[in-house]
Structures are given as C-alpha cells and as structure tokens.
Design a protein around this ligand. Structure first.
Ligand SMILES: [Fe+2]
Ligand SMILES: [Fe+2]
Length: 336
C-alpha cells in the first residue's frame, strides 16, 4: 500500500466511540480502522434498559441490531498470507480439514440464504441473509489460503438447494454450535503452541469471532422463532430439533459418507474439532484440559456481548457434565 505522509488523521470522526492516537500515515490509519472494526465486532450492548424478554419484538430487534452493528468489514482479497517455512506449510497441508471446511462454508451459505428467503420478518430476514453472506466470505478466505499455499482440494460436488429450508438451517446452526465450541479451544491451543505463524493465526481470528456471532444469532433466532409459533407448529418444531440432534449424532459417529464431484468417497473428518488437538499443538494435552480450555474460550468469546442475549448452551452443558464425571472443577489455568 502506498504510504502518504499526513500531519494527523482524525479517525475518531470516522468511527464514533473509537479513541486513537494521532496517526501519521495512511498505513497507520488503515491498521487503526481494522483494529476498530475488530473491537466493534467483539463488544455489543443494547441501548434498551431493563430486561429483554426472549421471543419479544424487542428481543428480535436487538438481536438483529447486534448482528449488523458487530459486522466486521474485512475483505478476503486483501488478507496477507504470511510466507511459511516448509515445515509449517506441511503441517497445514496435512490437516484433514480443508475439503470439509470449504464445503461446509459453501453449504452453510446456501442453506442460510435459502432459509432467510422464507422469513417474513424483515429484520430477521436481513440478519440471516448477512449471516449467509459472511459464510460465503469464509469460503473466500479459505479459497485464498488454499491458493496461497497450494493445498490440493477435492472437487466440490454441486450444492443442492434444500427442500426443507428450516431443517437445513437447523442442521447448519446446531452444527456450528458444536464445531465452534471445540474450534474456539483448538484455535487457542494452536495459538499458544506457536507451531503456526502468529500472522496466520491473526488472519483467522476475525473468522473465529464471526462464528461466535453466528451461533449467538442462531441461539436467539431459535428462542424467538419458538416463542412465536402456534402450539401445534411448536410441537412439530421441537420434533424437528430432536431429529436434527439425532442426525448430527449419526453424522459425527462417522456413519455419514459423502462423495466428491468425481464420485470418490471423501477422506473428511467431521470430528476434527473434537479430535484435532494433536494436529495443532506439539504439547501433550489431556482431554480434560482441552475441554476446560474450550469452555474458557467459549465464555471469553461471548463475554463482550450483552448478557441479556441468549447463548448456545447445549455443548457447554454437556461438557460441564462430562467434566464433573472426570473429577474436574474447570480451572482454565490448568490448560494454559
Ligand atoms: Fe463460517
Ligand atoms: Fe458461521
């Protein structure tokens, strides 16, 4: 980027609430704007006073407002991909996740967009459409990375428009709740291990936080949607939710098999987020320590958002329950 000398750059005028030191170049200004957008995507509090009742109009409006106001405008095309030494490149190449990661983002985009189209409420429709757009941006980020490091990918099978858009959105949403919970812990483990270049970890940080926003939106959409269904639709919806959990369990114990565009069975790992600790760290970490780290990171990532908004609770509850059986008391420092 061409650096231009400036006497000063008053970024506070451009971004309300942001307090920056005096900036002398466009380069510094650009970095400050990226930093401000980063901060804004992690912190959000409603201006409404008093309780926000789940399912109410105020709840829906504030959730959607949160989603728009925490939007991070980073552009995949200008991300810097650090040069990797051969060992680091090989480590990245050997992670068994790139095919499934690219395809998951592609499916998520289509499914969310399909469901958004069916939503009659304009606030919620627009938030879900933005979520779909962000999934596509994740796919672009991954594509740029794959291109930069020469990672071979299986051909993508055509993405099918879902017949039942609500089912597809529920599968994607609950899937993200499971994967993000473990991904938060693994990402922190990878960052601490130092075996990946810090610049590469930094490049993925906004993507990781975006997944936190996505499951925050999803948890609140579920509550709002549920509260606004008639009793008979509600029964059907709860049955669907149970079936989705059943389906995800079936998928994750490895019974689901998918074919790539050439009809080959894919070597993909639906469980990497659960089993990938050894791939992202050279340190020995016990299952117990990893679970504690996941819980800690989950709480940390959500901590900046208004506590009156609902959080995904299933994975943290399951893991806390399992930890109790393992004799753990959840000291996050232990995993540090
Ligand atoms: Fe995503
Ligand atoms: Fe997402």
């Amino acid at each position: 980027m061409r650096e231009q000398a400036m006497d000063a750059f008053d970024i506070e005028e451009m971004i309300p609430g942001f307090s920056a030191p005096r900036l002398r170049t466009w380069g510094e200004a650009r970095l400050a704007m990226i930093e401000a957008a980063e901060q804004r995507s992690r912190q959000w509090h409603s201006r409404i006073e008093g309780p926000i009742v789940p399912g109410s109009d105020v709840h829906k409006r504030e959730v959607c407002r949160m989603f728009h106001e925490t939007f991070n405008p980073y552009r995949p095309s200008v991300l810097d991909w650090p040069v990797l030494d051969p060992e680091a490149r090989q480590r990245i190449l050997s992670l068994p996740i790139w095919d499934i990661a690219v395809q998951t983002e592609g499916k998520a985009r289509l499914r969310m967009a399909a469901y958004a189209k069916t939503v009659s409420d304009p606030d919620m429709r627009s938030a879900l459409a933005l979520n779909a757009w962000e999934e596509n941006r994740h796919k672009e980020v991954l594509s740029k990375m794959v291109e930069a490091y020469g990672i071979p990918l299986a051909a993508e099978a055509p993405y099918k428009f879902p017949r039942d858009a609500e089912w597809a959105y529920l599968v994607t949403g609950y899937s993200e709740c499971i994967d993000s919970f473990f991904a938060f812990g693994l990402f922190e483990l990878a960052r601490r291990s130092g075996i990946f270049p810090p610049d590469l970890v930094d490049t993925f940080e906004p993507v990781m936080q975006e997944e936190c926003r996505h499951i925050l939106l999803f948890a609140n959409w579920v509550a709002w949607h549920r509260a606004n269904l008639s009793w008979w639709r509600r029964i059907w919806f709860e049955a669907k939710v149970m079936a989705v959990w059943g389906y995800l369990g079936w998928e994750r114990i490895g019974l689901a098999r998918t074919l790539d565009a050439d009809g080959n069975k894919q070597q993909q790992d639906h469980n990497f987020t659960v089993s990938g600790a050894q791939s992202v760290s050279s340190d020995d970490i016990s299952v117990h320590e990893l679970m504690v780290l996941c819980l800690h990171e989950n709480d940390r990532r959500f901590s900046g958002y208004d506590p009156r908004l609902l959080r995904p609770t299933t994975m943290p509850r399951i893991v806390r329950f399992v930890l109790r059986f393992m004799g753990a008391r959840g000291n996050p420092q232990k995993a540090a």
